[in-house]
Structure formats: structure tokens, C-alpha cells
Design a protein around this ligand. Structure first.
Ligand SMILES: [Zn+2]
Length: 356
């Protein structure tokens, strides 16, 4: 552990505010402005780090040339639609290169320093598959960063923890046959939620079989049940997989009343989730090599606070104190479905691959 005086590093660039999908669209620049404002208002001890945009050549190690060219071309001609929910303007290509660059930098820094880092980026990434931009996501930032780490050390094991409200179908697809990247996702059930995939039997393919952990959750799951599901699975996979680094796809659209989310989590759960990730990483890796990458989250009032609350949990790794405002407990209460009932099909799908 490092003593106080060091600030929590966050990779961020104003180019992220220039990507705009149109008036009334919730994946909007104010999301990042709210986060930075909340960090400042709550005296979160952070430093913004300068972003180096990545190159199309590096993106091409994860995505098809067609997907990259398509966005470049669209931005060059001033913007346009790639689909209903994926709209570019003249800045989107540059913002997407910078978002991937920031994610690579945060991941590399977490790996080399052995300390938690974050990248607060737009556009988000986890729905973008190798050949398809979708769900507000153009390039898959976290997958690109994971591939960069693997390029430096092909024997590395990476765990991607996706706690956005939605299944990261893009990340899952990119590493579906790869046993070195364990994709673990808690998300709203595909029966009721975008992107319509993320069933328990999506376990991976070929050598990657068993390395895609998809845990769908029923609508309006509460803090207590969510934490129970997390506690019964996250340490289990971490301890058996033994990753060298944890990359977190962090979405706060799990927050109660998020316009795109279907969960009922309160602000109080986020420091507890962060604390668990920090402690299990310390136990398994020996040091908190954790990079936190922003995905979704669209709550107009509370998304900044939810991010601040989650990041606060990682401050003890820097010898810094968690602001007292986030030291509350969760709201407990009865929820119709138990954690064991939720996990039954997941356990069944993975019974041959992991010890439960
Ligand atoms: Zn989401």
C-alpha cells in the first residue's frame, strides 16, 4: 500500500464531450460533466491524466477494417446514422479513438503500478462486437485494452467484470473462444432488456468454453439480492481463474430509475461492490491491479454520485480515506426471487467447468 499524497488517476479528455448523438439522446456529454462535477463536489482526490488517442491499426486488432472505415468515413462527411441507436457526428471518430486510448492507458497503468485506475470515456464500448457497432458503442474500448495487454504478454489472464445493467454482448463475442479472458457479467435478463442476449447457457465456444459467465437478473432486483448473487459468484470465479488483472466494465444504469436500466439499486451499494472487487483482487492477485472503465449510466441526477461512490471504494489502495458520505449500509428487504433461484441455471450451465 502506498501512503497518502498520491491522487487517484482518471484518464479523461474534453473530446469525449464533442461526440453528440442528438438532442434528447441520453447518451450525452452531460453524463461525463456530471461525473467530474460530482468528484469535485465530494472532494474526491483525483488527477485527470492526459489521453493519447489510439490508432486505427490498434483498433484493427479487435475490429474489422470495415467497421473502422465506416465510422471514419461517416465522421469525415459530418456525421450520420449507423442504426437507430448509433449516431455519429464529425467528432465521433476522434472521440472513439481517444476513448479506446484512455482505456488502454488506464489498463496498462493498473497493470504496471499494481494500483486501481479509471477511464471516464464516451462513447462507451461493451456492445460493439468485432464487426458491428451498436447500442451507443462504436469501438469496444475494454476489449481493445485487453488485447493490448495480451499482445505484451500472451500468457496473461484477464478477468473482465461487467456490472453495467446490460449484457456486454460485444465483449462476450470478441473473447468467446478465448480461455485467457474470463468475461463475467451481471445484467438484466435478455427476456426484458437490451441487447436480447446474455442467457446462462452462453458459456463460450471451443477453447473458450466455460470462460463466458452470463448471469441474467430479474427486473427491479434490489441491493441485498444483487450483492448476494455477486458474493456467491465473483470470488468463486476470481479464485479459480486467478487472473493477473481485473478490468471493470462499469455502468451505473443499474441505479434505481435509470431511464435505460431495469434494476432497483441504491447509491449505497456501489462502495460495497467496489470494496469487494478491491479485496478479492488483493487476495488473488496480491495487488489491486484494477482498471475501471465507464460504460452506461443515464440517471440525470445521480449518475455522477454513483460513479464517485464506486470509485471511493478504491481509495484505501492509495492510503486515502473514503468520504464519510459513502459509508452507509445498503437498503435491505425482501425481493421476490432468491439469489439461489437466480443462480440455479448459471450453475447448471457451468457445472462441468467450475467448482461451486
Ligand atoms: Zn448499459
Amino acid at each position: 500500500m502506498i501512503k497518502g499524497g498520491i491522487l487517484f488517476p482518471i484518464w479523461y479528455d474534453d473530446i469525449f464531450l464533442k461526440h453528440f448523438m442528438g438532442k434528447d439522446h441520453f447518451e450525452a456529454p452531460w453524463r461525463l460533466t456530471k461525473i467530474i462535477e460530482s468528484l469535485e463536489e465530494n472532494n474526491f482526490p483525483f488527477i485527470l491524466k492526459k489521453v493519447t488517442p489510439t490508432t486505427p491499426e490498434i483498433i484493427a486488432e479487435t475490429h474489422s477494417a470495415r467497421l473502422i472505415e465506416q465510422l471514419k468515413h461517416l465522421s469525415e462527411k459530418g456525421g450520420g446514422n449507423l442504426g437507430l441507436d448509433i449516431i455519429a457526428n464529425q467528432f465521433t471518430y476522434d472521440a472513439a479513438l481517444a476513448a479506446s486510448g484512455a482505456t488502454i492507458q488506464a489498463s496498462n497503468a493498473a497493470f504496471t503500478t499494481g494500483l486501481p485506475t479509471a477511464a471516464m470515456v464516451r462513447p462507451p464500448g461493451h456492445h460493439a462486437s468485432s464487426d458491428l457497432s451498436m447500442g451507443f458503442c462504436f469501438f469496444n474500448n475494454i476489449a481493445i485494452a485487453a488485447n493490448e495487454l495480451l499482445k505484451d504478454d500472451p500468457s496473461l489472464k484477464i478477468m473482465i467484470v461487467d456490472i453495467d445493467n446490460h449484457y456486454g454482448n460485444g465483449t462476450a463475442e470478441i473473447f468467446y473462444d478465448n480461455p485467457q479472458v474470463l468475461y463475467y457479467s451481471l445484467h438484466s435478463s435478455p427476456k426484458i432488456s437490451y441487447p436480447g442476449s446474455g442467457y446462462p447457457d452462453e458459456v463460450g465456444i471451443g477453447k473458450g468454453t466455460g470462460f463466458n459467465i452470463s448471469i441474467p437478473l430479474p427486473a427491479f432486483i434490489n441491493d441485498q439480492t444483487y450483492l448476494e448473487v455477486f458474493d456467491k459468484t465473483f470470488p468463486l470465479f476470481m479464485k479459480q481463474f486467478k487472473p493477473d488483472i481485473v478490468l471493470v466494465s462499469y455502468g451505473v444504469d443499474t441505479l434505481s430509475r435509470d431511464p435505460y436500466g431495469l434494476m432497483d439499486l441504491s447509491l449505497e451499494i456501489y462502495p460495497l461492490l467496489g470494496e469487494r472487487i478491491l479485496n478479492v483482487a488483493l487476495e488473488v492477485i496480491g495487488k489491486p491491479r484494477i482498471a475501471i472503465i465507464l460504460e452506461g449510466g443515464y440517471h440525470p441526477y445521480n449518475m455522477g454520485l454513483a460513479v464517485t461512490a464506486f470509485l471511493s471504494a478504491f481509495l484505501p489502495a492509495y492510503g486515502l480515506k473514503i468520504p464519510a458520505v459513502f459509508e452507509k449500509g445498503i437498503q435491505e428487504g425482501f425481493y421476490g426471487t432468491t439469489a439461489d433461484e437466480i443462480l440455479e441455471p448459471v450453475q447448471e450451465a457451468h457445472k462441468n467447468y467450475w467448482k461451486w
